[in-house]
Design a protein around this ligand. Structure first.
Ligand code: MTE
Ligand code: MTE
Ligand code: MG
Length: 636
């Protein structure tokens, strides 16, 4: 019997309409756990570097993590991978909610789409019954409305739906896949649109087998209770009214202007009252007591889920107030748009217009008012109309298509991927490494296990370390040695970047929410999941006897496999650089020294390519062979 995993993937060939339930190799769990790890393995094996994002051969994979559908708290992330049109590298996006667990209960670990459907369709999975259904009546329908219509059509409110809006249908590069109050926001939606998949609907009523149900339940139940009480897990932006940190420190507009001292007590009170007025309820994801998501409803508009940084990205980009974010989010999320990159691309266009690079010819009747400008461009982008057809390709590509010097205004991408509008004072070593080398390419999804600053008081610092159950000993030493206002040493920085990423790679393989785990280790030191209790959950769920080193090694394997996919697609050291203005003060020589040191630490060449011995040690010899065959590695 297979435990925790179902042992089956659903393979859907959209070109022919053929659907197969395919048994998977049990050994893959030992090697990669599941979720993102096994998806990367499939992409490595089946999507060679020659395949372009919009080729039918590009796979679009929806994975439920290994622990999903079991009692493990907050194990609910659906990880979505494909080759991204933004970067031509692996897209690595995820969403919470209920979709992944439901898929497991329908009897599948993954849905793997290949080919392209000749017409707009949705996939309906009801346990063993799977069908491709016509979606022509859903063309142009909003993402959440699509879910409602499908549930009505199929006559069951318990069906879970992941869908795209108009933006995804039109292959807007910054489109999102929406589900419940969750969203797979950055990367895969345009590929879903390109394959003509409007939505996936799933209903599952089967059991998910686990190895030791009693033990798993006991651990899970105790953890659930402590998660509820633990102030250091969950999305803190959902609980606190004080958002001075982002408003005073992050940049406004086209990631340009810092407004120090913007936040005030009066503003906070006004925003609190506004939000309370618009709030339907707080809500969360499958098997989690944290209510991180706000269901917000602006008068006359559909309700939507807001969380984390989304709630502030639109108004900061447009120099407006929270009222504007609450208003435009209802429209933008129905179109199915990423709330990070879309407003930033619009802010770029506004700046280009204000500097005479885009003109009235490009943007006829462009309004004066900032808010109206955002709506104007939003409507053009989702329809790929006029200038919208260019902006729909995201900031990096759009600036190059516009030309006329527009490239110089596009200053906030790494590996062509839009970053948070975070421009700080002096380069910070661990963050330099995370920004440069990360392949999730989203800093929020790389950082999190190690604190961003040391506590000043040495006694408090010691106390923090004493209670820091999540940290391997070396991190406590680094932390104790860390003088306030200085960078961690280069050696410590390599370890910190590596640890932060490792924990995310575990979360994305087993499907646990980073807010209970990798993203929240830094605060209280006691996240619900960490390297020492993951093996226990994995053991109770699957029967596999792994220790912390084994789990770390699996994460390392998955990490190197992802890197191999991307170096196969041309990624090199030269791509691993944050924008010039990411920090005011840069240390170019030390940065390069650090990068070389990190590559060495990871067992990569000085160009950032995993060496043959590194890959061999990770049972990825076949990956090394292929990189050698392609002339990317020499074999030493
Ligand atoms: N969980 C996993 N496994 N991996 C992640 O990268 N990102 C976190 C959190 N949980 C993340 C994760 C962040 S930064 C956010 S804002 C929310 O998921 C986004 O929730 P959603 O994808 O359900 O919309
Ligand atoms: N876009 C939409 N439409 N909805 C969201 O909830 N969350 C933002 C951003 N864009 C969000 C969004 C946040 S807070 C994060 S960390 C990233 O998406 C997560 O990216 P991912 O969903 O691709 O993993
Ligand atoms: Mg998401």
């Amino acid at each position: 019997m297979r435990y925790a995993e179902t042992g089956y993937n659903l393979e859907v060939d959209l070109t022919t309409g053929n659907i197969e339930r395919v048994e998977t190799d049990p050994e893959l769990v030992e090697l990669h756990l599941g979720g993102h790890g096994t998806a990367a393995r499939i992409i490595w094996e089946r999507v060679p570097p020659e395949v372009k994002p919009f080729d039918p051969e590009n796979l679009l994979i929806f994975s439920a993590g290994l622990l999903e559908g079991t009692s493990a708290p907050g194990a609910n992330r659906t990880i979505i991978n494909c080759i991204s049109p933004v970067t031509n590298y692996l897209a690595h996006s995820m969403m919470g909610g209920y979709f992944g667990p439901e898929l497991k209960m329908a009897g599948y670990d993954k849905i793997i789409f290949r080919g392209k459907s000749p017409k707009l369709i949705y996939l309906w999975i009801h346990n063993d019954k799977v069908e491709i259904r016509d979606a022509s009546h859903l063309r142009g329908v909003g993402a959440q409305r699509t879910a409602e219509m499908i549930r009505e059509e199929l006559g069951d409110p318990r069906i879970q739906v992941a869908s795209i809006g108009l933006a995804g249908e039109n292959r807007v590069y910054t489109a999102s896949i929406e589900h419940s109050h969750s969203s797979a926001s950055r990367g895969p939606a345009p590929v879903m649109g390109d394959k003509n998949i409007k939505a996936i609907a799933v209903r599952g009523t089967k059991d998910v087998n686990v190895f030791n149900a009693e033990k798993l339940f006991e651990m899970s139940f105790n953890s659930l209770k402590s998660v509820a009480k633990n102030p250091n897990v969950g999305d803190w932006m959902a609980y606190t009214w004080d958002d001075s940190f982002h408003h005073d420190n992050f940049s406004w507009g086209n990631s340009r202007v810092r407004r120090k001292g913007y936040w005030s007590a009066e503003l906070q009170e006004r925003w609190k009252q506004l939000t309370k007025r618009l709030l339907n309820r707080k809500t969360g994801c499958y098997n989690c007591l944290k209510e991180c998501k706000l269901s917000i409803q602006h008068p006359g508009q559909p309700a939507y889920g807001a969380k984390c940084f989304s709630k502030i990205s639109w108004h900061m980009c447009s120099f407006d107030e929270l009222d504007f974010s609450w208003e435009i989010l209802a429209v933008a999320q129905e179109y199915g748009l990423d709330n990070f990159s879309t407003p930033q691309t619009i802010a770029l266009a506004v700046e280009l217009y204000d500097n005479g690079i885009l003109t009235d010819e490009d943007m006829p009747d462009f309004p004066e008012n900032s808010k109206e400008r955002f709506y104007y461009l939003l409507e053009k982008i989702v329809r790929r109309e006029g200038i919208g057809d260019i902006l729909a390709n995201g900031s990096y590509a759009a600036a190059r298509q516009i030309g006329r010097g527009a490239e110089a205004y596009e200053h906030n991408t790494i590996k062509k991927f839009e970053q948070l509008p975070l421009k700080l004072g002096k380069v910070n070593f661990p963050y330099f490494l995370m920004f440069s080398t990360g392949e999730k390419i989203n800093i929020t999804q790389i950082q999190g296990s190690y604190p961003q600053d040391p506590l000043r008081n040495p006694e408090k610092r010691q106390k923090f370390c004493d209670g820091w159950v999540a940290a391997p000993e070396r991190f406590k030493k680094f932390y104790m040695e860390w003088e306030p206002r200085t960078d961690p040493s280069m050696e410590a920085s390599c370890h910190i970047c590596d640890w932060n990423e490792t924990m995310h790679y575990i979360d994305d393989a087993v499907g646990t929410c980073a807010f209970l785990s990798s993203f929240r280790g830094q605060f209280g030191g006691k996240p619900a999941y960490h390297i020492y209790n993951f093996p226990k959950y994995i053991n109770a769920a699957t029967g596999l006897n792994l220790d912390s080193d084994d789990v770390w090694q699996i994460a390392r394997r998955n990490r190197n496999l992802v890197r191999a996919i991307n170096v196969g697609r041309g990624m090199r050291r030269a791509d691993e650089k944050p924008p010039e203005d990411h920090w005011k003060v840069r240390l170019p020589e030390q940065e390069q020294e650090l990068l070389s040191m990190y590559y060495k630490f990871k067992g990569w060449t000085d160009d950032g390519i995993p060496t043959k011995p590194t890959l061999d040690k990770l049972d990825l010899g076949f990956v090394a062979d292929e990189l050698i065959r392609r002339g990317i590695l020499t074999g030493e």
